[in-house]
Ligand binder design. Structure first.
Ligand code: MN
Ligand code: MN
Length: 468
């Protein structure tokens, strides 16, 4: 005989249950959570830019039998292929037993993150200090990028055509870079300004040197010394900056956060915390799945998914068309029957900024993978809004596979908003819903996620790929 009241029993039957991961994730699963988090942290340290992510993703995939896709070839169930899109985006696919025309399963995430790009003419000297001019990429709060150690990553072409990979500031003993901020003693006027105007894009100038090239006379000797060091090490001259792609990112490694080691702090969780699970979920598909599975890891999401490496480009659509047509099928039929998890981060509820969240519909850290029916801002502007049918399908799948999941909106209705790549995949006539990891301090140089949520996102994408 239960000693519960009728009201208690009815509540159990009728009320929605929201559970903290600690209550429903068992010890063996927690061990897997920690192992997955460790491998993620290692990957993050080597893949801070989209280019680095592509290199390491293809390296791992190749070791597991993925080969470069050739649209003129016939592929069989279980074959694994990848497409390297201009070294900045990558598609990985495992061919299914069913023809592509029966629909494919797509996990889409992005591998670019907010950062400071160098301008084409970056280097200058001012009052015996050498600086680099930057142009920020993506949505940043500029003050967060002052007074922190920065590393320089990217590629620069020498006049002779040789491309040089740059990675300065990550290894032990490497120099790092910094944007000095104003001391509080002299910041009386600065502190009166709103944060949005106190820090300007043109003020994000990165200190790169302060010692002069030894000379009896001559101007710009600090700049000359910097250029001489670059020339000696890489053979590059100032003109080579014109065609370079160099990015300043926060220096340093991913670390555990909290005495309980429950969280990870790092640069660029948005969106590697979803791209990495999407990569691992496709990489581990050992046998042929029922439907062809595709992980597309895209560039340029932070600036609107424009350009040939962003998801507004035709490369994903073309790949699915090529797959279907090589089997004598139709690309448009394949797309119409396809389904996609648009894997991107969501804002995690933060009690220190409670007023911008709506507590009943916010995502919480440690509550699992967040499923977001719609994004956008104001009246759902700019969202693809997943259908009730597709939401139900994902809800059922995650429940059946014991995936810890939650729903979450990006803040209060009129507080702001944002979008993801979901709309661009949905525009191809594919069923899409947003899923992903809740993040604290999103778009800051140092973002925080929960290890349980990371693991559940990986499990969620895996179960989507394996579903019949
Ligand atoms: Mn994102
Ligand atoms: Mn973002």
């Amino acid at each position: 005989m239960s000693d519960k009241t009728e009201a208690e029993l009815l509540k159990e039957q009728l009320f929605i249950k929201r559970e903290h991961g600690s209550k429903c994730v068992d010890e063996p699963t927690l061990t897997k959570v920690d192992e997955f988090a460790d491998s993620y942290k290692k990957f993050l340290d080597t893949a801070k830019t989209e280019r680095e992510f592509v290199i390491h993703a293809i390296e791992q995939a190749s070791s597991l039998g993925f080969t470069e896709y050739d649209s003129s070839k016939q592929y069989n169930a279980g074959d694994k292929v990848y497409i390297n899109n201009r070294r900045k985006a990558v598609i990985l696919a495992v061919i299914g037993k069913a023809p592509a025309e029966a629909g494919v399963r797509i996990a889409a995430a992005h591998i670019d993150s907010p950062r400071l790009d160098l301008k084409p003419n970056p280097l200058y000297e001012a009052d015996e200090m050498a600086f680099l001019k930057t142009h920020y990429y993506g949505g940043i709060k500029k003050y967060q990028w002052m007074s922190i150690p920065l590393a320089l990553h990217g590629v620069i072409f020498r006049k002779d055509g040789v491309s040089i990979s740059i990675n300065i500031g990550e290894d032990e003993g490497d120099p790092q870079f910094c944007i000095p901020d104003l001391l509080p003693h002299l910041a009386t006027e600065q502190m009166k300004k709103p944060v949005s105007s106190a820090f300007t894009g043109e003020g994000l100038n990165v200190l790169i040197g302060s010692r002069e090239f030894k000379s009896e006379k001559g101007a710009e000797l600090v700049k000359l010394n910097v250029l001489k060091l670059l020339y000696d090490k890489y053979g590059i001259i100032e003109e080579d900056f014109l065609s370079a792609e160099l990015e300043l990112v926060p220096a340093g490694k991913a670390v555990d956060i909290g005495l309980d080691h429950s969280m990870i702090g790092a640069y660029g969780h948005d969106d590697r915390v979803c791209a990495y699970p999407a990569l691992q979920a496709i990489a581990e598909l050992a046998e042929a799945p029922e439907y062809t599975c595709i992980s597309v890891l895209a560039d340029k999401e932070e600036v609107g998914s424009m350009g040939n490496t962003g998801l507004q480009s035709a490369y994903l659509r073309d790949f699915i068309y090529d797959l279907a047509e090589a089997q004598g099928g139709s690309g448009s039929k394949a797309l119409a029957k396809s389904a996609c998890l648009s894997a991107d981060v969501n804002a995690a509820y933060d009690p220190n900024f409670a007023d911008v969240f709506e507590k009943r519909n916010a995502a919480y850290i440690n509550h699992g993978i967040c499923v977001t029916k719609y994004t956008g801002s104001r009246g759902k502007g700019g969202t693809s809004d997943a259908s009730a049918e597709f939401m139900f399908r994902i809800r059922t799948l995650f429940d059946e596979d014991d995936i810890l999941w939650q729903t979450g909106e990006l803040g209060k209705v009129d507080a702001g908003g944002g979008g993801t790549v979901a709309q661009y995949v949905a525009n191809l006539n594919v069923d899409v819903v947003d899923i992903g990891v809740p993040v604290l301090s999103m778009h800051a140089p140092f973002e925080i996620v929960s290890k349980i949520d990371l693991y559940m996102t990986y499990q969620g994408i895996s179960s989507f790929f394996r579903a019949r």
